[in-house]
Write a protein that binds this ligand. Sequence first.
Ligand code: HEM
Length: 395
Amino acid sequence: DSAELDVTTPDFIRHPYPGYARARRTASLCRILPNQFLGVSRYHDVVRVLHDSKRFSNSGYTASRATQQQNLDIMPPNLVELDPPRHGKLRGLIVRALSPRSVAEFEPWLRKIADGLLESLHGASEFELLSTLAIPLPMIVIVEMLGVGTERRDEFRRWVDDFAAAHAIGSTLKREQLQRSTQAFCHYFSAQLEERRREPREDLLSQLVHAEVDGERVTAEELLSVVTALLIGGNETTTSLIANALVTLTDHPDQLAEVQENPALIPAFIEEVLRFESPAHIVFRQTTTDVELDGVTIPRGAMVLPMLASANRDERQFPDPDRFDIHRDTKGHVAFGLDIHFCPGSALARLEARVMLDALLSRAKNLRRPEREVAWAPSFFLRTPQKLVLCAQIA
Ligand code: HEM
């Protein structure tokens, strides 16, 4: 007996958590409609799958796009879709640059960017969060780290939007549009990398292009797979975290007052947002062999989706999981994944969210959301408002 979960209905998009709860109660696997992928809903199963990269391959990303109506299997190469041993070699190129110690040094720089963005809202009584703060901050950070021009930000945004849309189940993205974005992306970044090869600068692209793995130069395609992963991984997820933080804060005015009163609570608050409104609701895997999960045999080649957002609401792991509580123990949430693909950008994402929230909350008085209903993006992959209008007096 297995539950079915239709992830395209307006009800599910508005409020997916009752569907996840039903799936967890019914069986360890549920059938995702409309595409028949297998969803893993329970915390301990999600953890098990994430720790078993031998039998649950990240080729799931590539395979899922090929099953879309428009066959969207045209994308720049991406590190997250690779398996060992190639995966580990390339991942090694970025973990140091994104380590907690390295990113801690970015704090003053991030604060300046956040303050600059907030400056443009000075005196406003109403503003739209995504376009003014939540989208620009991560984009500015990643393009400046890579060392490419911030004046191309709108173009980068369009590419990244298209790449993420290719993973929205039941995507309506046109194949031609994805092809155009893929070509433009590869063309632009190949040229940028080539420039750094001739003339190194003080940026991440230059570090990448001159890196060696086991004494060998990294190929152009491998370099692109790292850049793609950074640009896709670092943008919409972080935008979503900042936006979801404001959704939950405005839904819980008592906790908003508490956090605003005591900014030292912001890190704990962010962890609870990551658990309660996880930006990435699912990750993609594909079985490399027949594999048994809680007595059910999954055939080789099956598409399996560990549902991080369901695991983070599993009552066996987090008591009273649907209650948002900044004082709860959030240890063990899986919003950044686990094991070999664990998000290398987690320290940066947490820092960006903390700095932005700190800057906003210290300047915003009477912060509230005028409309109860949130315009959630129609995506099963990424949980984020498309727009979020807020009222406040910004000093
Ligand atoms: C991987 C979530 C921010 C770069 C992942 C994975 C998750 C995740 C769940 C694992 C994917 C899998 O197992 O298949 C998030 C969330 C973020 C965030 C929720 C923000 C709140 C960032 C940032 C960067 C980044 C800021 C970079 C600047 C990456 C990369 C990978 C990854 C490169 C692939 C790692 C690998 O395959 O080894 N992220 N991420 N992420 N993330 Fe993040």
